[in-house]
Design a protein around this ligand. Sequence first.
Ligand code: SF4
Ligand code: SF4
Length: 339
Amino acid sequence: MQTLRMNAGLLSSFLEALKAFGTLVAPVERSPGVFALEAIDDVSQARPEALRTILPFKKLLLKPRFVMLERRQGQYGADGADNDLGPVVYFGAHSCDIHALRILDLLYLSDYVDPYYKRNRDRLTVVGYGCMPDGKCFCQSMDTSTIDKDFDMFLTPLDGRYLVTVNSARGDDIVRANQHLFQPATRRDVQEYLERLKEREKAFTLSLDVTDLPYVLELKKDDPVWEELGKKCLCCGSCSMVCPTCACFNVRDECPEEDSAQRVRTWDACLYREYALVAGGHNFRASRADRVKNRYYHKQEAFVREFGMPSCVGCGRCIENCPTGINVVEVFQYVRGEA
Ligand code: SF4
Ligand code: SF4
């Protein structure tokens, strides 16, 4: 790991230089206060300080819908090329996003390696950007508010400059190819960086007590709160679609036209009624209460049991996008009897 500094006025040159390493993807403002993660050519569009894009970076690894294979006029083709995004440089990843990337790596690269994910993951360059929380961020509670690995470079804004942390061989290559942009960090840079971290820690206003939460959930399996939540939840799946760690998918065969067939993979959500429907018509989670409860238990109880950490990084996307105003932090406060 090396620590450098870059003058703030050189950000555009840095972004131009990143294009040599892949398609540059960054948050852009689509309408006031609404950000989307998009490939950009005009680097002035990049808004790395945006706290959350509508869809997270997972779409850079697995598209929401892609053709796995197809048969057209008697010939087979595709082989997942539809999901081949080529080398991508993801600029503007926040600490919680990078923790979420680690969770996706666990899911897709541990036991059975998902080849569609791996192909894009191997060519993904991650350039992080230091953020300041708003009232929907609770990454501090989830222990995901800082990151010291699993990125290539990380820019932390200081007064008129950035502290640049380089953390991979690919990051070293970017620096080597653009040495004119960087200088060694000074003691003053590091001091200001540490002060910024303290200021940031104080800026969090939302918190979730996760101490013993898996145990509390074990005890609260029959709590009426889940029925109440089931009455409010539409099971629309928005929270799963926008969640950077929700990774369920569906595979189905389609015949778009005569003499052609496609095997298609799409994002899925355990909140959908059909998700646990099996042959014979039995549904293991037929009620909305069962489905919404399952999502919360998976994130904060089952995942902890299996991997030793929750699969929520506290990004606040589900809070921002739930049409009925369900707030994950309030749900757990309620479960604990605190609200
Ligand atoms: S976004 Fe809200 S209403 Fe929709 S499935 Fe999630 S919790 Fe339920
Ligand atoms: S559950 Fe909500 S807060 Fe947690 S990672 Fe998913 S979208 Fe973010």
